[in-house]
Design a protein around this ligand. Sequence first.
Ligand code: SIN
Ligand code: MN
Length: 289
Amino acid sequence: MHLTEQELLIYENQGFLLLPECFSRAEVEIMKAELSTLSVETSPQKILEKDGKTVRSFHGSHTKNNVFNCLTRHPLLVYPAMQIVGSKVYIYQFKVNMKAAFSGDIWKWHQDYIYWYKEDGMPKPKVVNAMCLLDDMNEFNGPLFVIPSSHKEEMIDVTTYKNKVETTNSNSPSDSNEWISSFSANLKYSLSQELVTNLVSKYGITFIKAAAGSVLFFDSNIVHASSNNISPFGRSAVIITYNSIENTPLPVQNPRPDFLVSQDYRPVTPLAPDELSQFYSVKICTSNP
Ligand code: SIN
Ligand code: MN
């Protein structure tokens, strides 16, 4: 459940590491079954696609759902996350991206850390994403695109590149729900075509193809994106962001809601081997989400 030296080196060099099929089909099915329950709930934690009906993502579900709470504490995720950031971790953000068949929309080219730095006051990129695939991800269903090693550029401050046309034409949400612009298809800190062109000519481009149950760890400064899903195959995935307990955000003027930026800084305790069966049985899960 720990990464090898070589896996850590790959992560450091390319800014991501794919662990194929960590979770079994049965475990994936347990998690997928929870999605149908979550999708009928109405709450601000649920973001819809532009069509106003397809679910794009859910946030913070681990605090109310036992299966996802267990997932956040799963040793297959927590130990590697601790190795990568070099300390104990807490859950900074939890989301499920649905990328629905025929209608899942794009994620523009971006880095994650710029949101966490500018919007949330996160001091350093001492944080890692664990993307757990609940469906196979392939060339057809809007896979994740990455520019390998682009995390070495560190945070690219796209606000200094933004041109006037882009800013004045954007469909800005009102102040009260400004945070939505970090989750809609029209991302706030997306990279310009020029920047992406330059980065791709420097580092190349790839996409992640992996079976359901695989886990992708990726750096908060890796440049990534995904295309829309016009295939008949859904592409749901959970993304858990583990932040170092030594890297808690500094106060900001307009904090985003707790379900986007958790203020529960308690270190995650990985489930012990004899607790893993909790994952299979929602009812006996002793967690207190
Ligand atoms: C993300 O950038 O957080 C999500 C990208 C995706 O789900 O394709
Ligand atoms: Mn992202």
